[in-house]
Ligand binder design. Structure first.
Ligand SMILES: Cc1cc2nc3c(=O)[nH]c(=O)nc-3n(C[C@H](O)[C@H](O)[C@H](O)COP(=O)(O)OP(=O)(O)OC[C@H]3O[C@@H](n4cnc5c(N)ncnc54)[C@H](O)[C@@H]3O)c2cc1C
Length: 319
């Protein structure tokens, strides 16, 4: 086994690279495991990130890795972390290919996966004509013919945000969970409600731009943007392997890693989580960058504290 890293970061998305930058600047020996594309890979551009509005997702990460080149203690390796064990100060991470690396701390920045519903055409339009986040892609479809597809209380929540983008708006549910009050509010606001769900999505071949939504009852409506929030799951199983406490968040429709909101340490000492994988303020690139940087500062502080404690115990025990 190679020498111990101070930190192994699982994931080289916005959260992982932001954390690596802070750790590199703190002279921490850091290994970043880059296991594949980020969550927003289906989208052509990233929006809402300070100084980088409109940059393609791959370019954003290329720039992040370029910055790390200035810090010799940081290594970025194309590999998937497939296993993890151990305890604070002495973790082992198994990397695809069979190698095991050891680290004093672990940062889980492994993101989430959006589960595509079983609707023909949905996956093809995801990130191109079907969006989960009005802040990320709403501006590009402002004043166009839009739709919101949700159930229960989420329908009104999303409708309020999307209505600010365009008044040419329809609401779609699968017929479950719309309260009489919300039904009345939609009607008063002039937002048609369709309750038979979606049976098919039609989009432009190649671009994925939305053209038509075919409803469960066969009704066809021409739309240029659909906002919905599919269920999600953790992209990596490492948090569970390490015994981290998980929490179901209704709005995210999935499990997230519980973290201390200030330090971003999980329920397992020495294991931290940042970005979409751990409870974020909201899932976005700015928050991934912020929580990654934040986790890194507390990891560095914990490492520095451990070092001092070890040195002082040596002094105390010397004759
Ligand atoms: C279609 C779409 C478009 C979006 N557009 C925007 C936008 O315009 N603006 C915005 O602010 N937000 C946007 N978002 C949200 C944004 O993508 C996420 O909030 C952000 O990517 C979270 O960053 P992250 O680093 O936590 O996770 P990710 O970016 O998903 O990065 C996690 C990385 O970890 C890797 N990984 C996972 N498991 C392992 C493992 N075991 N070993 C090694 N590596 C691993 C993954 O492959 C991935 O590269 C969009 C989301 C979607 C779905």
């Amino acid at each position: 086994m190679a020498d111990k890293y101070d930190v192994v970061i699982v994931g080289a998305g916005a959260a992982g690279l932001s954390a690596a930058l802070m750790l590199g600047r703190s002279r921490r020996r850091t290994l970043v495991l880059d296991g594949g594309p980020p969550r927003n890979a289906p989208a052509a551009h990233s929006h809402g990130l300070f100084t980088r509005d409109g940059v393609p997702p791959g370019e954003l990460l290329r720039l992040g890795k370029k910055d790390l080149g200035a810090y010799p203690s940081v290594e970025v390796r194309e590999a998937v972390a497939v296993g993890a064990s151990g305890s604070d100060g002495n973790f082992q991470v198994e990397v695809s290919g069979g190698e095991r690396v050891s680290a004093r701390k672990i940062l889980l920045a492994s993101g989430v996966v959006d589960e595509m519903p079983d609707i023909p055409g949905f996956a093809e339009a995801w990130g191109k004509g079907i969006f989960h986040c009005p802040y990320c892609h709403g501006w590009e479809v402002r004043e166009r013919a839009l739709a919101v597809f949700e159930s229960g209380a989420s329908l009104m929540h999303r409708m309020l945000l999307v209505r600010n983008l365009s008044r040419d708006l329809v609401a779609i549910t699968d017929g479950t969970g719309v309260s009489d009050e919300d039904r009345g509010r939609l009607s008063a606001l002039g937002v048609p409600l369709y309750e038979s769900g979606i049976s098919r999505i039609e989009s432009e071949e190649g671009t994925g731009k939305l053209t038509r939504i075919v409803l469960g009852d066969g009704t066809e409506i021409e739309r240029e943007g659909l906002f919905t929030n599919p269920p999600q799951r953790q992209r990596s199983e490492l948090a569970e392997m390490l015994g981290c406490e998980m929490k179901y968040i209704e709005m995210m429709r999935g499990y997230t890693i519980s973290v201390d909101p200030m330090t971003r340490e999980t329920s397992v000492k020495g294991v931290f989580a940042a970005g979409d994988a751990g409870i974020p303020p909201a899932q976005s690139l700015p928050n991934a960058v912020a929580t990654g940087a934040n986790a890194a500062t507390f990891i560095n502080y914990a490492l520095a504290s451990d070092d001092v404690a070890e040195e002082l115990s040596g002094v105390a025990s010397s004759p």
